[in-house]
Design a protein around this ligand. Sequence first.
Ligand SMILES: [Zn+2]
Length: 284
Amino acid sequence: MRGTLRRVVPRLLLPATAVYQRWRPGIRILMYHRVVRGLPQDQLTVSPERFEEQMAVLARTRRVMSLADAALALGSGERQAGAVVVTFDDGYRDNLTVALPILEKYRIPATIFVTTDFCDQVSSHPRYGERAAGLHLNWDEVRELLRSPLISIGSHTVSHPYLQRLDPEAARREIGESRRRIEARIGRPVEFFCYPSGDFGEREMRYVQEAGYRAAVSVAPGLNRRATPRYALRRTEVTDRDGARELRAKLHGAFDPLHALLHARRRREFDARRLGVPNGEIAS
Ligand SMILES: [Zn+2]
């Protein structure tokens, strides 16, 4: 059912959303996690071939900008037709070994949001459990990424918690301490934050601002415009199912209504299960 919806609805909506987006342009921030071969069942993983196909589409058809330039552009209020930003969550090692060479080939900038405990190699994303040895970037590898002028590093907290379940002190520490730790390791400012599992509310937005970040990204779908809250920027997830045609439809906003419905359901699940969901059950 969902597969059929996913094929049919965007095709029907594409003409209308493409026109709407031309009328009201904005910046689309894409969300990736892993780029690696051999995990087709994992919706957070895109194969190297698929990733290259997607980067080729972006390079050919879009103005791809860094998250820093996007934040500036959003602040200036100038119209951003066809602008796209690429981001990665969690700090997987394959971002360096597989994704970076492809990003460099197509000259595409990207921001990678790292979780400091993962870089310290004291824990890893619970989704991957025991297979996790060598899964995440260590600090040497984070610095190696930064040798490319295309890459910037953002914060994805210290331990990847559901932030809204923490008491104020713990939530502040996850947000502020991760920034300080990353800055100490890489020797440059960390300007952007990414909420683990997209779990945040007004309180978290305030803490992120107080910690000195310029902006934060969520998993709410859609385009970013001047009026989009700076600490709740929207993102569009790209998956291995997105060939060139699907990706173009996604860039034109044809998946946004479907994603908005799925996102609303996910927020309701978050709210209903806030006190009982095991960590890692919900992606990103
Ligand atoms: Zn994450």
